[in-house]
Design a protein around this ligand. Structure first.
Ligand SMILES: Nc1nc2c(ncn2[C@@H]2O[C@H](COP(=O)(O)OP(=O)(O)OP(=O)(O)O)[C@@H](O)[C@H]2O)c(=O)[nH]1
Length: 356
């Protein structure tokens, strides 16, 4: 393959969220994989295949997390019996994997129960870990329900810059389109020109109308226009992007509040969902982001991205235990189908390195 062709494939990969090596394996021009899916919802056998595929990708995506936990557990319990010292070391491994102090203590206690002074198979420790993690996650694994009576159903996406808001909007737009919904996108991250362009690309790709203004435009005014247009055209869903970075935190929060205020002038019940997008690679930082955005932006649910790029995917467990906020979706890559509804059991098994 020539250098220019490689470069072309790289650009397509960046635009359409494909991994360069995936794009390189396909003929140019790379077709968006979900284009067909956007037209119609998949049939049951296709869904079953997709699910299997998702599980494999989830496991692969969470590999860094599961191997850091799994290797620690295997090394710890291979030659040593279970006692206070090994349990303390287990707790340290779990804390280092960002599972949070409470969950780490809870898992350690469950592993120790009735097993003192005995040898324990590392696989059994992983099974206890998975069961305890699933118990923590099950109450927060809640789907995002788009209420058809709210038209448009307005979803405000918030989060710090680079957390994956714009990409997640694109992935969500593809999902809603695949369900046959009409979607409008509001390019409310007016702080960053590239974010506006990125959203336009997602709009074209998912056949969703994009409402955008120039960089630096008033985000609240844009959100107002977008909602007005979505109402006028009868769109089912309006996804509103926001800036993750302004001159300072107070400015950012004031802007978010203004965006909400002006949309309420057109629809008192809007926004119907406020999704905080968290980047898993930021580890403990994600906890303070939930605190800050939760207080000021009225967050109704979470999306955690980049679980594929970190050994600290356990942070999702710590956040679930601490805040109890619904976790709607997780992202394990940049491609359009790398976002899926959050399933407690799958996640718990994947981070424990167990089969489904
Ligand atoms: N590996 C990986 N990368 C992701 C994931 N989600 C998003 N990204 C990448 O993260 C980078 C930032 O994503 P954006 O969607 O631009 O983030 P943003 O929050 O909109 O950022 P701002 O516009 O600066 O506020 C991009 O390169 C995305 O492709 C994910 O689940 N896994």
């Amino acid at each position: 393959m020539s250098e220019s062709e490689k470069e072309k494939r790289g650009v397509l990969a960046r635009l359409f969220g494909r991994r360069p090596e995936e794009a390189a394996a396909e003929p140019v021009p790379a077709q968006a994989p979900s284009e067909a899916a956007v037209e119609a919802a998949p049939a049951a056998p296709v869904q079953a295949a997709r699910r299997l595929n998702w599980w494999q990708r989830l496991k692969a995506g969470l590999f860094r997390t599961s191997s850091s936990i799994g290797t620690g557990i295997t090394e710890l319990f291979t030659k040593r019996k279970l006692d206070a010292t090994t349990l303390e070391e287990l707790e340290d491994i779990l804390i280092q994997a960002d599972l949070g102090l409470d969950t780490a203590a809870r898992i350690t206690e469950a592993v120790g129960k009735g097993r003192y002074d005995k040898a324990i198979d590392p696989e059994e420790v992983k099974r206890v870990l998975a069961a305890e993690v699933e118990n923590v996650l099950a109450p927060v694994a809640r789907p995002l329900v788009v209420d058809g009576a709210r038209k448009p159903f307005v979803i405000l996406m918030v989060g710090v810059n680079g957390s994956g808001k714009t990409t997640t909007i694109g992935k969500l737009a593809a999902k809603f389109r695949a369900e046959g919904k009409s979607v409008m996108l509001a390019a409310g991250d007016t702080f960053r020109a590239a974010a506006i362009e990125q959203l336009k690309v997602w709009g074209a790709r998912t056949k969703s109308q994009v409402v955008a203004r120039e960089q630096g435009a008033d985000a609240a005014g844009l959100a107002f226009d977008a909602l007005q247009q979505a109402q006028a055209t009868g769109a089912d869903v309006l996804l509103v992007d926001t800036a993750g970075r302004l001159q300072n935190k107070a400015g950012l929060m004031a802007e978010l509040e203004k965006v909400v205020r002006v949309m309420k002038k057109l629809d008192e019940s809007a926004p119907h969902a406020v999704l905080l997008v968290l980047d898993a690679t930021t580890g403990q930082n994600a906890v303070s982001q939930v605190e800050i955005f939760g207080k000021t932006a009225g967050v109704t649910g979470l999306v955690m991205t980049k679980l594929d790029g970190t050994a600290r995917g356990g942070i999702l467990v710590a956040i679930a235990a601490k805040f109890g906020l619904p976790v709607h979706f997780i992202g394990i890559g940049e491609a359009v189908d790398d976002l899926e509804p959050f399933a407690a059991r799958d996640f718990a098994h994947a981070i424990a390195g167990l089969d489904q």
